[in-house]
Design a protein. Structure first.
Length: 213
């Protein structure tokens, strides 16, 4: 990991993702979290002010030491413990069915294998557990989508692997989750970076699907 990736990218991501316009999105996607929560892509702890009081513990997964250092002031303000448990959402050092909820914000765009990450989340969630997601992704408008595909290689280069063309709801559905609710729209004006998806999805198993039939 070079200096640019280690020190510059985390600071830029924190700056971009801490805008006031995202506060209402973060607040909504954090509603209903409780018990033990694994947060994939903890970053600088930007979600901490929006966690409900019913949360008892956070297992924070974050590869960037710079981001974890930046999170310390926010961590000190919350009434529950925050434990850094790993660097990679694709390999979680947590037991099967050990978490009540999962939270993923602006991370599925960047992890090398988003489906593998979601399968790991599926593994550590308790039966019927929920994953709360806030991501940017592929827009439905052909003109915006064309620009996203054009810019995607450059975005990956300058933003440490971030993709503009992933589809969060499809990723969830392919990884063993059933969408409970979702909202998709632009943040302000249509741009290649501004099509957002907020969603809550339930962990399902083959037995759950059989019971629904």
């Amino acid at each position: 990991m070079g200096w640019y990736t280690r020190e510059v990218v985390p600071r830029v991501v924190t700056l971009v993702c801490s805008t006031r316009g995202l506060h209402s999105w973060r607040s909504r996607v954090c509603q209903g979290l409780s018990g033990s929560v694994v947060e994939i892509g903890f970053g600088a702890g930007l979600n901490l002010p929006f966690y409900p009081t019913a949360v008892e513990r956070i297992y924070a997964v974050e590869p960037s030491d710079a981001s974890v250092r930046a999170a310390q002031r926010r961590v000190a303000r919350v009434p529950f413990p925050v434990q850094r448990v790993g660097l990679d959402g694709q390999n979680l050092p947590l037991d099967d069915e050990s978490c009540d909820h999962a939270l993923i914000t602006f991370t599925l765009c960047t992890v090398p294998d988003a489906e593998r990450t979601l399968r790991e989340v599926h593994r550590v969630l308790a039966p019927g557990g929920l994953v709360h997601v806030l991501e940017h992704g592929l827009a439905p408008d052909p003109r915006v989508a064309r620009w996203q595909h054009r810019l995607d290689p450059l975005e990956q280069l300058v933003a440490d692997g971030c993709h503009l063309t992933r589809e969060p709801l499809s990723l969830l559905a392919r990884s063993g989750f059933e969408i409970e609710w979702s909202v998709e729209r632009y943040l302000l004006a249509p741009t290649p970076w501004s099509y957002l998806t907020a969603a809550v999805a339930r962990r399902v198993t083959p037995n759950d699907l059989d019971a629904d039939r």
